[in-house]
Design a protein around this ligand. Sequence first.
Ligand code: F6P
Length: 485
Amino acid sequence: MSNEKPRRLVVVSNRLPFQLQRKNGKVEMRQSDGGLVSALKSYFENEADDHKFSSVLWIGSAEFSEKRWTSISKRQLESLPYQPNPIFFDKKLYNKFYNGFCNATLWPLFHYFPSFVEFDNDTFKAYEEVNRIFADAVCNCIQEGDVVWIHDYQLMLVPSMIRQKYQHAIIGFFLHIPFPSFEIFRLLNRPWKEKIIEGLLGADLIGFHTHEYVQHFLKTVRMIKGFDHHFRTILLPDTTVKAEMFPLGIDFNKFASASKRDDVIEIKNAIAENFSSKKIIFSVDRLDYTKGVNHRLKGFETFLERYPDWREKVVFVLVVVPSRQIISKYNERKKMIEEEIGRINGKYSTLQWQPVIYRYSNLSFQELTAMYDVADIGLITPLRDGMNLVAKEYVASKSDKGVLILSELAGAANELGEAILVNPFDRDELAESIFRGLNLDDDTQRLSIQSMQARLQNYTTSDWLSDFIQQLDDVKQEQRSQQTN
Ligand code: F6P
């Protein structure tokens, strides 16, 4: 047992990591597979008695009614590795916040789609109001010694809102999407951009997926607030704030062991039989314009055009997972993708073969890992992505050889250098990398997969979590010693 006094971890994120469903007259919890939940789970499992937290409190918006929440059984709640604290928002306010400022302003801007950005004071007001409600929920339950860890672009004002009330609170923040270059960030209206930077600077430690995002943030802080930094420590008038890189990993063992599960083997056999000896290219993304699905399809079309010998010998299995359906840009995208698939299939299909096999739905874990393992190529080409865990999951799930074609504009490209890295906007380059991938010899494929697997195994979700918490403790320690000097 560690000597340190046990303390609580207070996780704050827009969504709670589960949904409530009514089944056979009973309310059931369905856990989501997000990185953060699996990080917490494996952290508590792996660190056994030695972890530094006595309990975890998780604050997030409720995607269910208060009535449904109260009918959840005590046993179900006790089985969770955290104590959920749902916030019930007014629907209109939450819509303006989530579909408005979060996903029609911040999301496109931070992913370098400035022409998609909506500038609306009303949605920024909703963003402030919802952030205030989140901050109040934290302030209402915070105890001395608690570590507060706030997540993502939906909650960037929360750190300073808590700091104003609790000067000595321990606050960490992690951004799960890219932090853009200053030239992009500056396009936000005044005073939104000042408020966002001030909001984030309420944290003691601000984490990003890559070194590049850290550098963009440091420059933005200097340009907007005039605060300089020394080795990623930002010098505020009365304290310091650290900005650091923590590349989110995956639960490596979960994916690496999937290929041996009976239910996964069964699906793999069915896929192999269905596609006989054809090569399989696979991609899976949430429906989002940042994922580059249309560009990817164009690259595949160019490949079919240039290399007619490959026709009928390869299929592209394209899975798109529904997301943010209320926002018009997302619906438009679905139409564009489906039109493009229809056009390509219409142009190249024969009576025995269809080049693109499309599915618009979620895949179960078994289906997903079976597809990862049987695919000859994982084609993962977002136009911009904070990290992209699909690329990591694909690599981890491989029981033998395989090729990863990865966008150089995904955060994951920094760690997966053995992949074939591509510019996702360039259809010629996409076509050539598919050709190259299909012709890559088995030994090179195995070697690349194994090196990437070794790296992923070395920094899993659980390492990511402990690393962040350790550095947050170090920053706090450093601040204390500066104040006593
Ligand atoms: O990548 C950022 C992120 O917020 C993830 O945390 C999440 O899985 C994804 O985008 C989808 O977000 P939403 O909660 O809007 O469906």
